[in-house]
Write a protein that binds this ligand. Sequence first.
Ligand code: CP
Ligand code: NVA
Length: 303
Amino acid sequence: MNKDFLALSQFSKSELDAIFTLTRELKQKQKRGEEHHLLKGKTLAMIFEKSSTRTRVSFEVGMYQLGGHPLFISTKDSQMGRGEPIKDTARVMARYCDGVMIRTYGQEIVEEFARYSSVPIINGLTDLHHPCQIMADLFTVIEHRGSYEGLKIAWVGDGNNMANTWIEAAAIFGFDLTLACPKGYEPDAAAMQWALANATSSIVLTDDPQEAVKDADVVNTDVWASMGQEAEQNKREKDFAGYQLNEALLDLAKGNCMVLHCLPAHRGEEITDDVIEGPHSAVWDEAENRLHVQKAIMATLMG
Ligand code: CP
Ligand code: NVA
């Protein structure tokens, strides 16, 4: 298996399905209060160049539950913020720690870190991908629907890191994906090209939210301005008009559809309060599953 967890495209379906199997086992053990110290005595460094609530807490708690030790590092309080090269930081960290989780801007930063590190590197979100989140989302779909096989998954909104990772996931797992993104906010072209070349399922990009949501089993959205795009907020609010996930749009999906949002959500922008608080919303299970799925990822790579 690949040493690092930087993008889903580095893994086969069977490797990722094995992570879901371990996730289920670890979740059951945690619920039953059974010890599962698969990473006893091991240390995970968590490097954050962007803000986080879920990623930080779920990795930190997860490492503790696995019998290991998590270490929070903010780039601005470390020598990374003063320009120490990534390749130097990576080699030093690997001398102390058994794994490193990084949340940063460019995908090339996590890739360079991984190239110079002898220990596993886990992508905790970059501008390009959010692989731990999509694994948690898919695990939530499996829990609620039994499987992702044969489902139509819809994405409405920005062609951002979440959308790019959903595109890779559709090609790997073989479910249908339709994305509705406004013109100028399309997903990463290389991710799309890779997926279309490898997919057996249908992966469709449109600018029509109604087409995407029609008869969908799972409807997903995310913020209109991601971290690092705060200055574009006002322009994006105008450009994304009509892309709000509200009751009227959700009515086009299947009657038993699930609503996902990786959080944090902006109620009244990309999603309405009645949808995120409504009967189709699985966002709290989704957030919880970050913990369980990341424990399985860490145990698989670092165990
Ligand atoms: N969904 C997610 O990654 O949340 P945080 O930004 O709070 O970590
Ligand atoms: N697309 C969002 C996801 C946050 C978890 C961002 O990158 O800010």
